[in-house]
Design a protein around this ligand. Sequence first.
Ligand code: PEP
Ligand code: MN
Length: 349
Amino acid sequence: MLIVMHHWATDRDIEKVKATITSMGLKPVAIPGAERTAIGVIGNEGWVDDAPLRGIKGVLEIIHVTKSYKLVSRDFHPSDTVVRLGDGVKAGGRAPFLVIAGPCAIESRDQIFKTARFLKKLGVPALRAGAYKPRTSPHSFQGLREEGIRLLSNVRKEVGILVVTEVMSPEHVEMVAGEVDILQIGARNMQNFDLLKEVGKTRKPVILKRGLSATVEEWLASAEYILLGGNPDVVLCERGIRTFETATRNTADLSVVPLVKESSHLPVIFDPSHATGKRSLVPHMALASLVVGAHGVMVEVHPDPEHALSDGPQSLHFKEFEKLLKQLRAMEGFMKTLKEQGGRWRSVS
Ligand code: PEP
Ligand code: MN
């Protein structure tokens, strides 16, 4: 439920509304706005009788929200959320286009340090690498698990780069959150609600991937679990969806980037590696995501993709990544110029 106040409503009127909501056993959420003051209501599991609020002075309108998410929506939070990932590194709003890169999985000390040093030299702020790997077949490499987290933690300290890794089970959340900068919830776990509740309790930013066959509403409802748990720092990540098409690993659904930005204030990044499954397509789709307004990309890169233990065919070689990075920076400058010039490009944000 959303209570919209008249522009002339006083602080006392607003406080009265909030106190009434609290007395109904619910929680008021102040919604910032330049012209109107609104108060969101959370804590109800069904329809709420709004009778106690109707007569209060200054109330203009009461809107019953029927979506499966509230805190994630622009109704409750009109301005863009900018998530702080580390010192000087942010995602969302007008923050610089974020580039996260690294191998699918941590395979060895040599592999992860080599990649981290390469990225650091290029000025890439964050390294991605999986320690706990969700693999379709139990016969495939399952990741170095605890040993992988240890290596990642060492890389983080010795190289001085932010690290992102996937957490697959609620029992691991506290330990992993203590060692890395950013937690990743993988596509296969997007609706692991116990896991979402657990990362909601941490103070680490969370990259929430869209599920393989999840609708946008389901994806945003999953983000709602994390925000409702008390962690506001969620970055959404589109990574391609399942369709009838098998020519690509997944179907890169880039239209959701501007779509999600209409309904949610959270940053949205794009993963062109899993979205296509094909190295040659990755640079095209990474650049395209920037043009449609993504706040960043997460790209798989490996020192020796031909011998990678997972996702080699979609991982860029170092040289290819370096070229893509230059192109992304050039495209970012170009888009900025277009936006500054205004006109019809203004809608591209
Ligand atoms: C990954 O990032 O390596 C990964 C497993 O991604 P997804 O969950 O999108 O399949
Ligand atoms: Mn992968």
